[in-house]
Design a protein around this ligand. Structure first.
Ligand code: MEV
Length: 446
């Protein structure tokens, strides 16, 4: 059922009125729809109010499972990773990788750099770019001094504006220039901080262009297109790796450790050179990254966009992870930009984000970068380990079996019997349905 009536002023209505409008316009069984929405309301009204105020037009909540992967050894600290994700096998795969590397020194990670960037994108119509450069140099200090109030707290924490440059982009777009700011935002992701500064810079630019003596009329025509941070942060970079001698890679399968290492290395190489594979490969990495990013209240869209841009930085989309097999030494590593925050945003508001932070020992942003990069590496290790040995479906379908059984509305007793039945077989959808029908019909599976 779709509505033909547009509505004006929807956001001004009460939650009840919005819900009433919605269910009466879009649902054939409004009572059932209302019940469903209500069943997802939080019983604690304060928490519900918090959720209501995160976004506009909140009607209810949308839950994701929150799971944990224990035994995650990183830089000699044992973590239990919080993960918010709906995909069946991801947490199990993370836990498997954590256990695999636990007695091999675990994950080692280091932050390479923590710079963020933002731009004032503008059009300047003067015909001699040296005028603009001279003008920029004459007002550059004002970009620092006039934003001192905004940057005071960040500077006290060791951050602030690192650099301000004028960039000429006219070879790509007529009259297009940028003021590029480089920032250190310490433990905050920094979007609000950076955007506020950029907007102040735009005002300074507009004011000063009118006041500066040495400019002619054409030089004064500056049009600010927009001011915005960039979610591409190749200089906010973290590396993580695992390593061991090849003989320690003994696998559950028939393969020898050497065969496994070589096949694994080849699989990484395929992802490095073949974009079709690289996208799926990196998607698996993002299963690990996003689930911890979400659990810790960070912006997974920004993380995704940045990681994929970085994966394509050399002109061809490629793998974020790499493998080195030299003699008896196996080394597997990831290099990924991650702009994260442990203060600001919803980090001090969302009860589950606060829980996740406490679970991780209240990491600062650089520690969280290391944790999350390692989570991506671990997830990729598990995926490739399955792909190059048993195949992915064995583990995946085992975890997905409960989803199929829930879809079929199996009882707890039926689920237990069928899960046991598929203990050593890969469950495919049709076979599960067939077995389910037999059990429903009264058959007792041996
Ligand atoms: C599924 O969500 C992720 C994988 O496809 C990743 C991969 O193929 O490497 C298993």
């Amino acid at each position: 059922m779709t509505s033909t009536n547009p509505i004006k002023g929807f956001s001004k209505l009460t939650k009840e009125a919005k819900t009433e409008w919605l269910i009466s316009n879009y649902f054939e069984e409004p009572d059932r729809a209302l019940q469903l929405l209500k069943s997802y309301w939080h019983t604690d009204q304060n928490i519900q109010k918090l959720h209501d105020e995160f976004i506009e037009n909140t009607l209810t909540n949308f839950y994701l499972p929150f799971g944990v992967a224990p035994n995650f050894l990183l830089n000699d600290t044992l973590y239990c990773l919080p993960m918010a994700i709906e995909e069946s096998s991801v947490v199990a795969a993370m836990a498997k990788a954590a256990n695999f590397w636990l007695d091999k020194g675990g994950f080692k990670s280091e932050v390479v750099s923590t710079k963020k960037v933002g731009h004032v994108h503008f059009v300047w119509r003067g015909d001699d770019a040296t005028h603009l450069h001279r003008f920029f140099q004459s007002i550059r200090d004002r970009f620092f001094t006039d934003t001192e109030k905004i940057t005071a707290n960040m500077r006290a924490r060791g951050g602030g504006i690192l650099d301000i440059e004028l960039i000429d982009k006219t070879s790509l777009e007529p009259n297009y220039y940028q003021i590029k700011g480089t920032f250190e935002t310490c433990d905050s992701m920094g979007a609000n901080f950076i955007n506020t500064i950029l907007e102040s810079w735009a005002s300074i630019l507009r004011d000063e262009v009118l006041l500066t003596q040495h400019l002619n009329d054409a030089d004064r025509e500056i049009e600010v297109i927009m001011c915005i941070l960039s979610n591409y942060t190749p200089e906010c970079l973290v590396r993580s790796e695992v390593s061991c001698s090849v003989d320690r890679l003994v696998e559950g399968s028939d393969m020898s450790a050497r065969e496994f290492a070589e096949k694994f290395e080849r699989a990484i190489h395929v992802a490095e050179i073949e974009p079709y594979r690289a996208v799926t490969h990196n998607k698996g990495i993002m299963n690990g990254i996003d689930s911890v990013v979400i659990a810790t209240g960070n912006d997974f869209r920004a993380t995704e966009a940045c990681a994929h841009a970085y994966a394509a930085r050399n002109g061809r989309y490629s793998s974020l992870t790499h493998c080195e097999l030299v003699g008896n030494d196996f080394r597997f590593y990831i290099e990924v930009p991650l702009a994260l925050g442990t203060v600001g945003g919803i980090t001090s508001l969302h009860p589950m984000v606060k829980f996740a932070s406490e679970l991780l020992g209240r990491p600062n942003a650089t520690e969280l970068m290391q944790i999350i990069a390692s989570a991506g590496l671990a997830q990729n290790f598990s995926a490739l380990r399955s792909l190059t040995t048993t195949g992915i479906q064995k583990g995946h379908m085992k975890m997905h079996l409960l989803n199929i059984l829930n879809q079929l509305e199996a009882t707890e007793a039926e689920k237990a019997m069928i899960v046991n039945y598929f203990k050593s077989d890969v469950p495919h959808y049709n076979t599960v349905v067939e077995v389910f029908k037999r059990v429903r019909g009264g058959e007792v599976l041996s």
